[in-house]
Design a protein around this ligand. Structure first.
Ligand SMILES: Cc1cc2nc3c(=O)[nH]c(=O)nc-3n(C[C@H](O)[C@H](O)[C@H](O)COP(=O)(O)O)c2cc1C
Length: 347
């Protein structure tokens, strides 16, 4: 077994400050839960290099996928929007041998960090027919899979001014590093809310894609100013309390999302100091070294929402503070004590 394959799981756990999506922790792919032969859910191995044409719409779905998870999401987007779709493929196909493929993926990502992008077989002459480009990829070692990074690098000028909707699948890692990569590869594009599905949520692909597309459309049609309020309502088991939000790009994005409707988050306790749960979306990060206290609302690694009932020090983004709470007991009282809860956020 090659040493790069097996980083003990314990290490992953210990380097994670809170549970939920793990953006920066090392990833140790074991045997894949999906068949490792690149899967084609639709069964059509002869995908044309030209976009698969849809019936209407000014959207293009681009995706790269090795085991079919991201492709399944891409196909669902295409089904809903009836738009064009194109697979981004490496110039040299990946090895069938799983370990060799992992090694190559790591080498490619390391080369990309030095500015050296692998060749891709897919090239789109112009994007004139499209306003929105959906860009789907798996997370590889915390990053956007190398073929999609190479594609974006090669097409940055064509994508300038386009609306880019990122969607990603991963085992469990978060997507914020990959969102940063996309933004620096396409600095002149406009980025929408990101869709992220993990092994645990892939089976909910259909409803999640539908809800996400509805929000994107609503955002597109709605040129109103984002909500000006700084009050966030949190509802737990039918009881509502309020928090005052910070002013930063993270809370602005959260308010834009909540302007479309409430957001429910399943939260569980971590470290006897917080409740944490996945937001299901990624928000811009404004991380800084922070010491929390009871009532602090925190964004962890861009996609986890944390309510503190005790103290912790870490590098993360402050979202706000629950009103009128000073002690652990008061915060836990509002949260119904220790144990799993669903919190619904609204404006
Ligand atoms: C080379 C490689 C690296 C991976 N790295 C990560 C990772 O860092 N974090 C994670 O959660 N999953 C990781 N995975 C798992 C994939 O992100 C996940 O299975 C994804 O859904 C695969 O999408 P696909 O079927 O479209 O290829 C990795 C998989 C491969 C092949």
């Amino acid at each position: 077994m090659k040493k790069l394959l097996w980083i003990p799981l314990l290490l992953t756990v210990l380097t994670t400050a809170a549970c939920g999506g793990t953006d920066d922790g090392p990833f140790a792919p074991g045997q894949p839960s999906q068949p490792e032969t690149p899967g084609k859910p639709g069964g059509d191995d002869d995908e044309p290099a030209e976009p698969l044409p849809g019936g209407r719409g000014r959207s293009l779905v681009l995706y790269c996928s090795r085991t079919g998870n991201t492709e399944r999401v891409a196909r669902q987007i295409r089904t809903v929007l009836d738009c064009d779709m194109l697979e981004v493929e490496p110039a040299v196909p990946y090895e069938d041998d799983y370990n060799a493929m992992l090694e190559r993926a790591q080498e490619e990502l390391a080369a990309i960090r030095q500015g050296d992008y692998p060749a891709v077989a897919t090239y789109v002459e112009h994007f004139d027919d499209y306003d929105t480009v959906f860009v789907g990829y798996p997370i590889w070692y915390g990053s956007m899979a190398s073929p999609m990074q190479a594609f974006l690098y090669a097409h940055a000028s064509e994508l300038a001014g386009k609306r880019i909707a990122l969607f990603a699948t991963s085992g469990s890692s978060g997507v914020s590093a990959s969102v940063g990569e996309a933004r620096s590869l396409c600095p002149d594009a406009e980025f929408t809310e990101v869709l992220h599905l993990t092994q645990n949520t892939l089976e909910e692909t259909e409803p999640r894609v539908t809800a996400w597309l509805e929000r994107l459309e609503a955002n597109d049609n709605d040129s109103e100013e984002p909500m000006q309020t700084n009050t966030l309502e949190l509802t737990v088991e039918g009881s509502t309390f309020t928090a005052t939000l910070e002013e930063n790009s993270s809370t602005q994005a959260l308010k834009e999302r909540l302007a479309q409707g409430p957001l429910s988050i399943r939260m569980s306790d971590y470290g006897d100091m917080e409740k944490v749960g996945s937001l299901g979306i990624s928000l811009p990060r404004n991380d800084r070294q922070t010491t929390t206290g009871p009532g602090d609302l925190i964004l962890y690694q861009g996609d986890s929402f944390v309510i503190y009932y005790d103290t912790n020090s870490w590098n993360f983004t402050r979202l706000g503070r629950v009103d009128g709470v000073a002690t652990r007991e008061e915060m836990l009282d509002l949260l119904g004590g220790v144990g799993e809860i669903t919190v619904t956020l609204s404006l």
